[in-house]
Unconditional design. Structure first.
Length: 171
């Protein structure tokens, strides 16, 4: 019975943390000029999927930011190439995807490759349909949301839940 109680307390404290903290980001991020606030939730999801390991937070964040940069680079490359859009897309994804893995794994102490690839996909999803001249501050907004996702939502909700668990005598 005690195990069931602990499991329920863990679930409810996590639910409360998720219900309380991320919506604050969703409401306030547009006031900071960040129109891509939902990116934070995606990034927090990858942080949590990695086990809420604070020791990996910096390299996960660096990976996301590399992916953001990679998206801008990919868009610029595809815009400059004179081939059929499908050929440009395939070639760019082939080369940059391979390079991301090689670079990321070479510097695995500093870069989390899954977050690089995820960050790249996020950036391409948001900015891919745009021309370079129309991207404006989107890479900065996306990067800020990525950082908020790992630090505020990921680490923040985890710390908040742990605080509640201590109050309930679970930790």
């Amino acid at each position: 019975m005690e195990e069931k109680r602990e499991k329920r307390i863990r679930m409810l404290t996590l639910a409360f943390g998720i219900a309380l903290l991320p919506p604050i980001w969703a409401v306030l991020s547009p006031y900071a000029g960040i129109t891509t606030g939902a990116v934070a939730l995606i990034c927090a999801g990858l942080y949590v999927a990695n086990g809420n390991q604070r020791k990996d937070a910096l390299k996960i964040t660096i990976g996301f930011l590399c992916g953001d940069l990679w998206a801008v680079l990919a868009i610029g490359i595809m815009e400059a190439l004179p081939f059929h859009p499908n050929a440009e897309l395939y070639g760019t994804l082939f080369v940059l995807g391979g390079l991301a893995v090689i670079i990321g794994e070479t510097f695995a102490k500093y870069i989390f490759v899954p977050s690089w690839l995820c960050g790249w996909a996020i950036g391409l999803t948001i900015m891919g349909p745009m021309k370079m001249e129309d991207i404006g501050s989107l890479p900065i907004q996306i990067g800020a949301a990525m950082i908020a996702g790992v630090v505020y939502v990921g680490i923040g909700v985890d710390a908040f839940q742990k605080m509640l668990l201590k109050k309930f005598g679970v930790l």
